[in-house]
Design a protein around this ligand. Structure first.
Ligand SMILES: Cc1ncc(COP(=O)(O)O)c(C=O)c1O
Length: 345
């Protein structure tokens, strides 16, 4: 049973149940269509079954042991993964600049964070990849239960996940990969290798680059540990079925010919922009993240210029460089504008 199909079928009963808006009382009419499909579990002919089936279908698309739909972002996936594989007092290895969810997850698990600093590229001002020898160094000296790494980084720097996984295996540690910014990777050979079939746990935010609604995300596992009990510790018993159905539709689109073509067009158009805009320098492993530098000006000056003179807002800036995030939804009109502006710099 598909969640998308389930929400299209209207129950013919007169329902005295939650939600009391009854799919008709549109307090905020901009979300009228959402109210119409906002059912609670008991109203909607066994959605638990539909959700379980949709997640099993998703797992077959990603070739994972399990894939769980998240409606509270990668944040919730990181927390659930850490809770699932870490006991009170265990050590967890994380980079010192990690997303707050990594630290919060360790705290909630009653574990202890061991941290290391990532090298920052002096020319670009962005953190570089996790070096496998650093992971080996820590795992060989401390009894570490779980390693969390972020790949890609915010700016699109990739770590050698396969190498890091084999080091984790050597020391019997779990590997969690925060791939929040890499949800498109399983759907194109022109993008970096996804961790979904390598790490024990991988989280991906669909809303960042993959066209999903805020804050939809996925938690993939490649081990037999069940993440559901951990998720149940802190997630609502009234999940949003419209958001869950949007996750199913999102994956269906990414895996379709149209979705793959859209990703491929985006990559080839961005490659052409990089090739032609000779006044800018580009960096990074992920072609959908336009990390740019213009000689003679700082990243902040570039960011201000893009904003004030060309109405372009970037995703993230440092002293040296500026990053413009692209993904599903970055249409040709936006890319034309980007080309026009960058070719003037
Ligand atoms: C590297 C990284 N991990 C995790 C997250 C959390 O993702 P979400 O917003 O889907 O909870 C973010 C959000 O910015 C992030 O940048």
């Amino acid at each position: 049973m598909s969640l998308v199909r389930l929400l299209k079928e209207k129950p013919d009963k007169v329902m005295f149940t939650t939600p009391s808006h009854g799919q008709k009382f549109f307090i905020y009419d901009k979300l009228k269509e959402m109210y119409k499909i906002d059912y609670s579990e008991t109203d909607c002919q066994d959605p638990q079954r539909a959700l379980a089936e949709a997640q099993m279908w998703a797992s077959s698309i990603y070739h994972t042991y399990s894939t769980t739909f998240l409606t509270n972002g990668s944040t919730s996936g990181i927390i659930a993964a850490v809770l699932a594989c870490t006991q009170v007092g265990d050590k967890v290895l994380i980079a010192s600049n990690s997303h707050p969810s990594h630290f919060n997850a360790v705290k909630l698990a009653g574990a202890r964070a061991l941290t290391y600093d990532l090298e920052v590229d002096p020319e670009w001002g962005v953190p570089l990849e996790v070096r496998p020898e650093v992971i080996d160094y820590f795992l060989s000296r401390y009894n570490i239960r779980t390693v969390i790494i972020t790949s890609p980084t915010y700016e699109g720097i990739i770590s050698d996940i396969e190498e890091i996984k084999s080091i984790c295996e050597k020391y019997e540690a779990f590997l969690i990969v925060d791939e929040a910014h890499g949800a498109l990777y399983p759907f194109s050979d022109d993008l970096p290798l996804s961790a979904v079939n390598i790490a024990d746990f991988t989280v991906q935010s669909l809303h960042k680059t993959a066209g999903g609604l805020n804050p939809t995300a996925l938690l993939h596992t490649n081990c037999e540990l069940d993440v559901r009990p951990a998720l149940n510790l802190f997630t609502t018993t009234s999940p949003s079925y419209p958001l869950l159905a949007s996750i199913e539709a999102n994956i269906m689109y990414l895996d379709s010919r149209d979705g793959r073509k859209e990703i491929s067009n985006l990559i080839s158009r961005l490659d052409k922009i990089r090739e032609r805009c000779k006044g800018c320098e580009f960096f990074g492993d992920d072609p959908t993240k336009v990390l740019i530098k213009v000689p003679g000006i700082t990243g902040y000056e570039l960011s201000d210029m893009l904003y004030e003179d060309f109405d372009i807002e970037d995703e993230r800036t440092n002293d040296k460089s500026t990053m413009l995030l692209c993904g599903i939804g970055t249409d040709n009109k936006k890319l034309d504008k980007l080309y026009k502006v960058l070719s003037k710099l």
